[in-house]
Design a protein around this ligand. Structure first.
Ligand code: SF4
Length: 353
């Protein structure tokens, strides 16, 4: 979308330019949010199982770059101990697991099942999965550990989708969502792939058609070496969130941010987001950025997640009490040291992650 800057249409607030039209939308979205939600706001954490993807050709995705493909070849995945430790941080720091994810073809199904089972045991409740299109048979096996399924649709605009995700058609997801009995449903979309505000109608139709419980919405993050050179303006991004909130008052809307975009978190709240995600919380725990994000959310909301203060935790006791194998407990203990060193010694960085 080509955005033309017209100074007369903008008001300047906290170093972020928001158009008068958007300011009005934010006001309405804030009202709709407060009439339909409690104000309890959280940080949602995506847990990655791997950085490999067998498709690897979506035009915006970091997994498409040659450098990434060399660094993360087929078969590369995270260890169980490191993934389970992240799930434990989620429980103890009150981060909600947004979903368990990874690229396509990361591991055989029995391993995915084993990860899902152990993560849900450590987290203490059923989790969400975002692992592509799952068969009915696999879904049934996952059901004891999984409460919801997310599909990364990226964009619902049919021709734009074919351009940016040539090997990931919409139709199989559409079919899966039509048969997801007993699971909660959500999708993830990216703003800034060439869409316009009018294109939101495709998103609205999909949310309506499948009675989605949640939408996770990200601002495009350009990847060096790929075709997209910049992400959407704050003004345009928050318009998507605000319009989605106004159209679907009850929907859970999770808005993505990152290190560079964290100044705009207050606007994500005003637009009616239920929670934030994609903030690099383990790398940034206790840093100025974490404090900034926390204070921006707390201006309007009750923030239940902890990004800043390391509580007094007996880690051995917590890990020993988990209902997982002794081998995985030991792996978690082996991985803990570097994380605690980082949490106890936060380092501010201006680099985006
Ligand atoms: S399917 Fe997902 S992980 Fe794989 S290239 Fe596309 S966007 Fe990236």
């Amino acid at each position: 979308m080509k955005q033309v800057y017209d100074a007369s249409k903008f008001v300047h607030v906290q170093d972020i330019n928001i158009s008068k039209e958007t300011a009005k939308l934010l006001e309405t979205a804030s009202q709709v949010y407060s009439q339909n939600h409690s104000g309890r706001t959280w940080y949602g954490r995506c847990i990655f199982l791997s950085w490999y993807c067998s498709l690897g050709d979506c035009t915006f995705c970091f997994r498409t770059t040659q450098k990434h493909k060399i660094q993360h070849p087929k078969g590369s995945k995270r260890s169980m101990g490191s993934v389970l430790l992240e799930a434990l941080f989620c429980r103890l720091f009150k981060w909600r697991i947004e979903f368990l994810t990874g690229g396509y073809g990361i591991m055989p199904f029995p391993q995915l099942l084993e990860f899902s089972k152990n993560i849900s045991a450590v987290y203490g409740e059923k989790i969400w999965l975002n692992l592509g299109v799952l068969s009915e048979n696999h879904l049934e096996q996952l059901r004891p550990y999984v409460k919801g399924i997310c599909g990364s649709m990226e964009t619902l605009h049919p021709t734009l989708h074919d351009e940016v995700c040539p090997s990931k058609p919409i139709a199989p997801y559409d079919k899966m969502f039509s048969n997801l009995n007993g699971f909660k449903k959500s999708i993830a979309v990216i703003v800034g792939l060439g869409d316009t505000i009018e294109d939101m109608k495709y998103l609205f139709d999909f949310v309506e058609k499948h009675s989605l419980d949640r939408v996770t919405i990200y601002a495009l993050k350009p990847v060096p070496g790929l075709e997209f050179k910049e992400g959407p303006s704050v003004d345009y991004y928050v318009q998507w969130i605000a319009r989605l909130r106004i159209r679907f008052p009850q929907l859970e809307i999770i808005a993505g941010t990152n290190l560079r975009r964290s100044e705009e978190v207050g606007y994500l709240m005003k637009a009616g987001a239920s929670a934030i995600t994609k903030f690099p919380a383990t790398k940034q725990f206790g840093t100025k950025k974490s404090h900034l994000v926390t204070s921006l959310i707390e201006k309007d909301r009750f923030f239940i997640s902890n990004l800043t203060e390391l509580p007094d935790i007996n880690w051995d006791k917590e890990i020993n009490a988990l209902d997982i194998s002794e081998e995985y407990k030991q792996e978690m203990k082996d991985k803990l040291g570097p994380y605690l060193a980082k949490f106890n010694n936060p380092k501010d960085s201006d680099k985006s992650l």
